[in-house]
Write a protein that binds this ligand. Structure first.
Ligand SMILES: [Zn+2]
Length: 94
């Protein structure tokens, strides 16, 4: 599998470290209900198919979000995590 780092271009998967489900970018508000925090911290889906997860690119230190398919191993898109986190924060602030 190859992932495209927005800084470095297409790279072999061995340069990346999987860092979990991209739901980590949608952190609940500090005062959120404990059940919401429990779901954020502990509950994850394990889909066969489309998924969105975080990867750390070791050579440049960037976190990227990869939209990929766990069945076909196709990578549909990669985005800097900071770009998506800013969009999530903007939605929460509304
Ligand atoms: Zn990179």
């Amino acid at each position: 599998m190859r992932l495209t780092c927005p800084h470095c271009g297409p790279r072999d998967r061995r340069e990346f470290t999987w860092s979990g489900d991209a739901v980590a970018l949608a952190r609940p508000a500090r005062e959120a209900d404990p059940a919401e925090w429990d779901a954020y911290l502990h509950l994850r889906d394990n889909p066969a198919g489309a998924t969105r997860d975080l990867w750390y690119h070791d050579p440049c230190g960037a976190f990227i979000v990869a939209d990929r398919d766990t069945v076909t191993h196709a990578v549909h898109a990669t985005t800097l995590a900071t770009t998506l986190a800013a969009k999530v924060a903007a939605k929460v602030a509304r």
